[in-house]
Design a binder for this molecule. Sequence first.
Ligand code: FNR
Length: 368
Amino acid sequence: VLPGLPTDLTRLERLARKRLSPGAHGYVAGSAGTGATARANREAFDRWRIVPRMLRDVTVRDLSVEVLGASLPAPVLLGPVGVLSIVHPDGELAVARAASALNVPMVLSSAASYTIEEVAEAGGEGPRWFQLYWPKDPEIAASFLGRAKAAGYTALVVTLDTPMLGWRPHDLDQAYLPFLRGIGVANYFSDPAFLKGIGGSVGADRSTALLHWAAIFGNPAVTWDDLGFLREHWDGPIVLKGIQHTDDARRAVDAGIDGVIVSNHGGRQVDGAVGALDMLPEVVAAVGERTTVLFDSGIRSGADVVKALALGARAVLVGRPYAYGLGLAGEAGVRHVLRCLMAELDLTMALSGITRPADLTPEFLRGP
Ligand code: FNR
């Protein structure tokens, strides 16, 4: 861990509020509307409590898990967070280096501040997944997938909950939208299919390109019938992110999808939504035997990881905590966050009588 940075990630969050610019902090910390969903995410964790077991020989522990055919050192991934250069100039490059150093998969956002290829180079041999915001132009979507494949991203995460950005008062009130400043569009502005739509190049006045970006970024028209497009253009594992209802989870599995991420985007899309963890047990009961269920939205500690795993998630993704680590200390800050989370997970498991993630069952929790 890094001296000077809090090892409690909720305190790290408070430090980031002091150190980051108000605009950047508002963008990262902010959520939709009144913030009710982000609060619900945390309240859901608070309702579940771990019931530790004793005298079970916890000398040797192994945190590794298999996810979609790959072995992860721990059941933790860095979730897709776009526009990271708003908190640190090295943005996703620093995240890729930190992830690679610990062999933790990084999920690169479509809306990153560096390109698919630049981030792959920074990450070297480290595991990487690509997250797609399904754009209106199918040529751009296909081009993104081709680029990600060529650059060594092994799994595809398709985010379903963001056909458009949610109502985010923090950003509206501060008139702070990174995209309008040209941040988070690197993949688009470097893409041949995107450039074709604006006559070949971005040009000195980026306003035409930015308007085109705004026009194609989201695709509110996609339905379950369109999933075939993904398979046509991606031959590796496909994971759908933003699943909350059991019927959607079933539909995803019936369509041949390899995994789902139970997530509400950290409360940034629908205000007044159910806490993500509240839906996890139902989704696991519905599809857990047939597919890989991952989880994000509200993870702030190793104990939170234990709870999500005990409720059936194979692994979890974190969002804001590593963005704060990046903002406070660059690559070292991201490593700090990952190390804290993994060390606390290891200790919480040991002190609860668990030596392997696979042994975590609902029996270790008491809840609502
Ligand atoms: C996100 N998230 C996100 N998700 C996604 O699929 N693509 C993206 O580009 C982004 N961008 C993004 C930016 C910022 C600043 C945040 C905070 C979040 C959502 C992210 O992947 C994840 O679902 C949540 O962050 C998880 O909740 P916690 O860990 O932040 O509580």
